[in-house]
Write a protein that binds this ligand. Structure first.
Ligand SMILES: [Zn+2]
Length: 291
């Protein structure tokens, strides 16, 4: 078995470059996801399409890359993407390991505004390799069904695999409300003629395609940093139509707005880009600042 599997892998890699087609390399048999290299040729593969569940034929000839085709001769639009999604989850269930992105708190922070720059980054943990103590696929957690629910050092970790659609707002909100750490592995840029090795690499190894959707430690530590910083009231000057921050201790900012013995900084032009600016507190109408 291992030998024939190796031979199959070599055959799979020798794809004919004339055919820029993406072949289906995975079928389902009795609920198991099987690679083309694991099944006998023809209809005796007894596999169905991962997406539409129609019968597949294993094409394992000498000319073309080994692949699955439809017994009916039809094709299926979603087969490869569905297979990718299933294969990704399968890697986690089999290998039970993953490199998680660094845990970093970025400032300025705003729940509603996504700043495209950071003036301060607090690193809590670097990118790191972890063993997963348990892996459950499509296991309901309260009102959501994450792709993967894993346990890492007695903590729950949700893993979302993105093939086409990114996580929707409703699911994101529920994950935040549950306050469970969750990463997204974005496979939308992964070549669709992926091999088994490719998918293992993308799922387990580090890269910019992995990001924290929500992280319990980040939320806790950010909250602590914000609560220990100074809250400086904001007021709007209706004539200048400008928001000013009271009591800015930085002379280089406050010099031009030194009124009645108090320093004022211009929120938009000075605070937002200042390394001491951490967040805007909308409820209290203030700026949270560590200067
Ligand atoms: Zn199908």
């Amino acid at each position: 078995m291992p030998l024939s599997r190796n031979v199959d892998r070599v055959a799979t890699r020798k794809s004919t470059s004339r055919h820029a087609l993406n072949y289906l390399h995975y079928g389902i048999r009795e609920g198991d996801l099987l690679h083309i290299s694991q099944v006998p040729r023809g209809l005796s593969c007894e596999c169905v399409c991962p997406a539409c569940h129609k019968s597949l034929v294993a094409k394992k000839g000498r000319q073309r890359e080994h692949h699955f085709a439809y017994a009916s001769g039809n094709s299926c639009q979603h087969a490869i993407e569905t297979a990718l999604h299933l294969a990704a989850k399968d890697v986690l269930a089999r290998r039970r390991e993953i490199v998680l992105p660094a845990i970093e708190i970025r400032f300025p922070y705003d729940k509603s505004v996504n700043y495209d720059f950071s003036t301060k980054v607090v690193t809590i943990a670097p990118e790191q390799h972890y063993q997963l103590d348990s892996v459950e696929l499509e296991h309901r957690v309260s009102e959501i069904i994450p792709d993967v629910l894993a346990k890492v050092k007695n903590r729950s970790l949700l893993i979302e695999i993105r093939v086409t659609h990114k996580i929707d707002e409703r699911k994101l909100k529920k994950i935040q409300d549950l306050n469970m750490s969750c990463i997204e592995i974005d496979l939308s840029n992964m070549p669709r003629n992926f091999s088994e090795e490719d998918i293992e690499k993308w799922i387990i190894e580090a890269g910019p395609h992995k990001r924290w959707i929500h992280n319990v430690t980040i939320e806790q530590r950010r909250q602590r940093i914000l609560s220990q910083a100074t809250s400086r009231p904001l007021f709007t000057n209706r004539i200048l139509l400008t928001e000013f921050v009271c009591n800015c201790p930085l002379e280089e900012h406050a010099k031009s707005y030194w009124i009645n013995e108090k320093r004022y900084a211009d929120f938009m032009y000075e605070c937002v880009y200042c390394k001491h600016f951490l967040a805007k507190d909308y409820e209290r109408g203030s700026v949270i600042c560590d200067a």
